[in-house]
Structure formats: C-alpha cells, structure tokens
Write a protein that binds this ligand. Structure first.
Ligand SMILES: CC(C)(COP(=O)(O)OP(=O)(O)OC[C@H]1O[C@@H](n2cnc3c(N)ncnc32)[C@H](O)[C@@H]1OP(=O)(O)O)[C@@H](O)C(=O)NCCC(=O)NCCS
Length: 164
C-alpha cells in the first residue's frame, strides 16, 4: 500500500520597516481576493480558469503575500521556454503599497527563476504606467522595445527584460 504524504506549504516570513508579511504559493481559495485586487488595480476581470491553468503549469510562479489572514498582493508569472520567464500580472492592494510587498514578490520570483536555471525575465507594461516602469528598473529590468497597441484598449506597451 502506498503511503500518502500531505502537501507541504512553505511560508516565507518577511519584515520590512514596520510591516510583517508572509509569502507563499497561491492556493485556489485565494482567487476571490486576487480577482478583487486585479479589478481594483487594473479595472479588469479575468476568468478564474485563466489563473488556475497558469497555476497548474508552474505553481512556483504564482506567489501571494499575506498580512495575517488577508491576502495583500500577488505575482503571477509563467515560463515561456527553457530560458525565459514572464511576469504576467502583479499587484499589491492599494492600502498596502510602498511597504516593500512588491519588492519581496519580485525578489522571490527572480530567485525561483534562477533556481530553475532560467536566463531572463520579461514583462510588458503600459507606457502610461511610469510608476511600474520605475519599480521594475530598480531590479535591473530594461526597456527593450515598444509594442504598439499591445493592450486591448489600444494603448502601447513597453517590453522590459531582466537578465539573470
Ligand atoms: C507596482 C506595485 C506592484 C509596487 O508594489 P509596492 O508593494 O507598492 O512596491 P514597494 O513597496 O516594494 O516599492 C518599491 C519601491 O518603489 C517605490 N514606490 C512604489 N510605489 C510608489 C509610489 N506610489 N510613489 C512613490 N514611490 C513608490 C517605493 O518608494 C520603493 O522604493 P524604496 O524601497 O526606495 O522606498 C504597486 O504599486 C501596484 O500594485 N501597482 C498597481 C498595479 C501595477 O501597476 N502592477 C505592475 C504592472 S504589471
């Protein structure tokens, strides 16, 4: 008879200035809060299946930040080929921004990409989202090109790349 081993959830506890929060992998019951934060941050809705299928593809690329019981931010990434990862969406609840949560999520994702042997991380960001561009530049991301009408509403995007 095969023994059954319960899945282990790894929590990373971080303290930044006066704020204490934890990082762990996404679990399906996180979806309502994630969908709320996405709607609030981007005024956009994605089907739950979008999140769940990406999660099943590479679970380590879907990281959530929690303060106590409350989910306060997340990063959803993916792997596009044997060398490249992509940050698809990341957002922090606007009541919890500028407290180091976004930095912790990006650092953790970069570290996981390094452990997987990936060479670069790419992302697309709206040209109007100057704050996010500056945020990513702090980690060594560079703007490589402009993607005309990349977004559904017709706005251009910048492609940004970070070499690991
Ligand atoms: C971009 C985003 C994820 C950053 O998350 P965050 O938790 O606020 O980021 P951090 O607290 O780690 O900030 C990192 C640095 O950026 C700076 N910064 C972040 N937001 C800032 C703001 N609104 N004004 C000024 N500086 C800001 C911080 O000062 C910090 O620098 P410091 O450590 O030298 O003080 C968050 O602003 C967000 O969710 N934005 C809406 C969604 C979005 O645009 N996502 C990215 C596009 S895909």
């Amino acid at each position: 008879m095969r023994s059954r081993v319960a899945p282990v959830t790894i929590h990373i506890i971080l303290e930044y200035r006066d704020s204490m929060f934890t990082l762990r992998n996404f679990a399906p019951n996180d979806l309502p809060r994630i969908m709320y934060i996405v709607a609030e941050s981007f005024n956009q809705d994605y089907d739950p299946g979008f999140y769940l299928s990406l999660h099943s593809y590479w679970p380590d690329a879907f990281i959530v930040a929690k303060k106590g019981d409350e989910l306060i931010g997340f990063l959803l990434g993916s792997v596009t080929d044997e060398e490249e990862a992509r940050i698809l969406i990341m957002a922090v609840d606007n009541r919890h921004r500028v407290k180091g949560i976004g930095t912790a999520l990006v650092r953790e994702f970069m570290s996981r990409c390094g452990l997987r042997g990936l060479r670069r991380i790419v992302l697309e960001v709206r040209i109007s989202n100057v704050l996010a561009q500056k945020f990513y530049i702090r980690f060594g991301f560079e703007i490589t090109n402009k993607l005309p009408r990349y977004h559904l509403d017709g706005e251009d995007a910048y492609k940004m790349v970070k070499w690991l």
